[in-house]
Design a protein around this ligand. Sequence first.
Ligand code: IMP
Length: 190
Amino acid sequence: MQLVFATNNLNKLKEVQSMLPKHIELLSLKDIGCNEDIPEAQPTIVGNAIQKAEYLKNHYGYDCFADDTGLEVSALNGDPGVYSARYAGPQRNAEDNTNKLLTALKNKPNRKAQFKTVIALHLNGKLHSFTGICKGSITTEKHGEGGFGYDPVFKAEGYDKTFAEISLEEKNKIGHRGKAVAQLIDFLKN
Ligand code: IMP
C-alpha cells in the first residue's frame, strides 16, 4: 500500500518509514509531483492538518497524512499556537519568534507551555486524527544549540535541559511529534 506523507523532509520520511510495517510504502510530496505550497489557512492546528490531508487527497487522489504543530503558552492564552511558525512575522524566522516569545513572557511568573502535534490521516475514504502533546515550560533565556524552532526556550516537564540541549533520540521519545507518530503507527499496524 502506498501512503503519502505531506512532507519533503527526507529525515522525517525515513524515520516514519522505518517504524511502519513493510507493506506500507511512504511517498513524499516530491514523489507525487506536488511542488506547490499546500494551503494551511485554518485557525486551529487540527484544522490545518486536516486541510492539508484533504487537499492532497482531492488534488492527487492518494491516501495520505499531514501534520501540524504549535506551541501553546498558558500566560498568552494559547498563543502562538497555530501561528507558531509566523509568530514574529511572515519571514518565519525561529530566532525572531523565540525573541518575541521571551519578550512577551518577560516578568510573567506563569511559564507553562505545551507543544501540540496533530496528524490527520486520510485512509480508505475516512479521516482520522492523532494528537501528541508534550507539557513543559518556557525558560527565561535560550539554552542549547540543537533542535530547531522554539527548542532553545522549551523544557519538557521533569527535565532541567531544553529541547535544544537533549539528543534527538530523547526528544523523539518524549516529544509531541514522536507521540503523535507513535499513535499513527499503532493505528496503521492494527
Ligand atoms: P510545523 O507545523 O511542523 O511546520 O511547525 C510549525 C512551527 O512550530 C515551526 O515553524 C516551529 O516554529 C514550531 N515547531 C514545530 N515543532 C517544533 C519542535 O519540535 N521544536 C520547536 N519548535 C517547533
